[in-house]
Design a protein around this ligand. Structure first.
Ligand SMILES: [Ca+2]
Ligand SMILES: [Ca+2]
Length: 81
């Protein structure tokens, strides 16, 4: 098993995107912050269907590997990779 907090290289662009949605600047994405980001992705990608809130919650829980209720930058970019 890999370590839940295993680090991987995060590009400046990725960090910039992450920081943009880290609304309270605590270095983590809360469930609410992640929803804002996913909403913007949906608005941008007109072909995609709206994602039900329950699916976002399940997605969030799946990728919150250390179960602290927040997505770190590493957790987040593993999730959307
Ligand atoms: Ca935050
Ligand atoms: Ca986490």
């Amino acid at each position: 098993m890999e370590n839940a907090e295993e680090k991987r290289e995060v590009s400046e662009m990725e960090q910039w995107i992450f920081d943009n949605y880290d609304l309270n600047n605590n270095g983590k994405l809360s469930n609410e912050e992640a929803k804002e980001l996913l909403k913007d992705i949906e608005d941008y990608d007109f072909t995609s269907e709206k994602i039900p809130v329950e699916e976002i919650d399940a997605w969030f829980a799946k990728w919150d590997t250390n179960k602290d209720g927040q997505l770190s930058v590493n957790e987040f970019f593993r999730a959307i990779a």
